[in-house]
Structures are given as structure tokens and as C-alpha cells.
Design a protein around this ligand. Structure first.
Ligand SMILES: NC(=O)c1ccc[n+]([C@@H]2O[C@H](COP(=O)([O-])OP(=O)(O)OC[C@H]3O[C@@H](n4cnc5c(N)ncnc54)[C@H](OP(=O)(O)O)[C@@H]3O)[C@@H](O)[C@H]2O)c1
Length: 283
């Protein structure tokens, strides 16, 4: 299966989701002024031929910014919701999440805490780790640039990790499988940001025997496969956000021309929570 080839490439509009305000309308479902979601890509204006590619925001915003429909109550929030479900985690189990201060990881960890798990996050700065433990109540957060996964988990999960939500892939994934998963552990692969830019795919990871011996379950997650359940999930999550039981941050870039900077920033760890670009022509 081709993963990125159909979405990105030379002479293609860069892929992406946006929250758009309708400025001209010939469709009663979407009057002028309405906010809609669309996979419109990196464009300042978007023309929908028949409205079938537009989705209304499926929950009441109240005092929330429309940007939440792209973050905590959008695709990243949904990814964490269905990701936790796939992990089949039980209260008291040990959960590791990397990319933990990002849009998906920060929510996955909080949902796991609400379920009674012991949550260990890995992120790329002390500031991010402080946010995870102090505000989001993760049990542990480690700056992976300062401490190895092995040393961190010797401290925080000496008996092994029951569930692992992987946003990073590569060496981190390899270390988890070969050294840290508990027997009957479950892994959800959500992303592999440490390898997205690799020119060569590493060959033959030495993981088979550990998967076999520890009887691990490894699942891939594609959030779009759950689209029929999106509205149910969002209506469950929205009250948690409004009550403050689920906290979130957004890193805001002002101006459409900041799209490349915001995108590259994801690979440098410049965002905390969801990276949002607000177009200056957004009415
Ligand atoms: N499967 C799905 O349906 C689905 C849906 C949404 C997103 N995703 C994937 O899930 C992952 C998280 O998405 P997100 O929206 O939450 O992104 P994000 O975490 O908001 O941003 C990416 C973060 O990854 C970390 N990172 C970047 N390079 C890294 C590296 N080499 N090693 C370790 N960490 C690195 C950075 O934080 P640090 O400072 O911690 O390094 C960065 O802030 C991504 O891989 C994304 O592609 C998958």
C-alpha cells in the first residue's frame, strides 16, 4: 500500500484539513458565515462543487475557539480516543506514549489517566515534560533527549509496559519491543515521525522473537476508518473539554504564509499540543 504518494507530491496541493468560514453560498446547508471542516489542503480559499466534501462542526462550540475542531475535538482528539480503545487497556496497567506533548499524545495520556492507567510520557523538552506531569497529571514524563528509554523505564516501569501508543517509530519502537513490553502487551502504531524523512527504510528489525515470546499484539491505527463513529466520540469528549477534565494547548502560527514553518516545526518539536495556522484572511 502506498502511504504518502497519493496525498503529497510535486505539483499537488499540500494535503491538510482546515476549518473554513463560508463566504459565498448556493447551498442552504452551508449558509454564509457557517463554519465547516474540509480536507481543503494548503489553500487560502476553497471551492466546493456540491457541498459533499464539507462537514459541519458536529458539536456546540460555546466559548471554545473554532480551532478546537482541528485539534482536541478534531482529528487528533479522535485519534487518541480510538487509539485508547484499540489498546484495550485496563485500570492499573502501565501505559507508555511518545510524542506525548503533541496533539495526539497529550490527549491519549489524559484519556488513559481518566481510565486509571499509570501513564509514562516521552517528549523532547523539559518544558513539555513539566506540562505533562504538572498540568496533565501524567505519572512520569521523560525528556528523551536527556535520558534513554532504557534508563527511564528501569525507573518508571521495572515490571514492563502493558500498553504502548507509538507516535514515533524507529529506534524507540525497537527498544520498546525488544526490552520493555510486558507479557501479552498491546501496541498501537499511530505514527512514525522519527522515520518519515528517512531516504532508506531500515531492513529486518530484530523483533520477531520478542513479539513471539511475549505474545504481543500490535495494531495499526488509521483514524479515518472510524468515521462513522466520529460524532459519537466528539460528543463524549466535548463535555470533558468544557469541564476541564481534558486539557489542551495550541501552538498558533498567525498568517497563511506560516504553513511551511508550522509543518517543519513538527519535525523539530517546536509545537506543544496542536500546531494551528490561522490565515490572516480568516474573517
Ligand atoms: N494514524 C492516524 O490516523 C494518525 C492521525 C493523526 C496523527 N498521526 C500521527 O501521529 C503522530 C502524532 O501526531 P500529532 O498530530 O500529535 O503530531 P504532534 O505530536 O503535534 O507533532 C509532532 C511531535 O513529534 C515529536 N517528534 C518529531 N520528531 C521526532 C523524533 N525524531 N523523535 C521523537 N519525537 C519526534 C515532536 O515533539 P518532541 O519535542 O517530543 O520531539 C513534535 O512536536 C504523528 O506521527 C502523526 O503523523 C496518525
Amino acid at each position: 500500500m502506498r502511504i504518502h504518494g497519493d496525498l503529497v507530491g510535486e505539483n499537488k496541493t499540500m494535503f491538510g484539513e482546515a476549518c473554513l468560514k463560508v463566504i459565498k453560498a448556493r447551498n442552504d446547508k452551508f449558509p454564509v458565515g457557517a463554519l465547516v471542516l474540509a480536507l481543503s489542503g494548503w489553500q487560502t480559499h476553497y471551492l466546493s462543487k456540491d457541498g459533499k466534501d464539507l462537514r459541519p462542526i458536529p458539536f456546540d462550540l460555546d466559548t471554545l475557539s473554532p480551532s478546537v475542531s482541528l485539534g482536541v475535538l478534531g482529528m487528533p482528539g479522535l485519534t487518541s480516543y480510538f487509539g485508547l480503545r484499540l489498546l484495550e487497556a485496563k485500570a492499573g496497567e502501565v501505559c507508555v506514549v511518545n510524542g506525548a506533548a503533541g496533539a495526539v499524545g497529550s490527549l491519549l495520556g489524559q484519556l488513559a489517566k481518566l481510565k486509571g492507567l499509570i501513564v509514562i510520557g516521552f517528549a523532547g523538552s523539559d518544558e513539555k515534560c513539566h506540562w505533562l506531569t504538572k498540568d496533565l497529571k501524567f505519572d512520569y514524563a521523560f525528556n528523551y533527549k536527556k535520558i534513554s528509554v532504557d534508563d527511564a523505564l528501569k525507573q518508571a516501569a521495572p515490571k514492563g509496559v502493558d500498553v504502548f501508543f507509538d507516535n514515533v517509530g524507529g529506534q524507540f519502537f525497537h527498544d520498546m519491543i525488544t526490552k520493555h513490553m510486558a507479557r501479552f502487551g498491546r501496541i498501537v502504531i499511530c505514527g512514525a515521525i522519527s522515520t518519515y524523512n528517512d531516504a532508506e527504510i531500515p531492513k529486518f528489525p530484530q523483533t520477531h522473537l520478542q513479539i513471539l515470546a511475549n505474545e504481543l499484539t500490535i495494531r495499526g491505527l488509521m483514524v479515518m476508518s472510524y468515521d462513522k463513529e466520529f460524532d459519537t466520540a466528539l460528543n463524549e469528549m466535548a463535555p470533558l473539554i468544557k469541564k476541564g477534565d481534558l486539557k489542551f494547548k495550541e501552538t498558533l502560527y498567525e498568517g497563511f504564509e506560516k504553513m511551511p514553518e508550522a509543518f517543519v516545526g513538527l519535525f523539530k518539536g517546536e509545537n506543544i499540543g496542536k500546531a494551528i495556522v490561522k490565515a490572516s484572511n480568516y474573517p
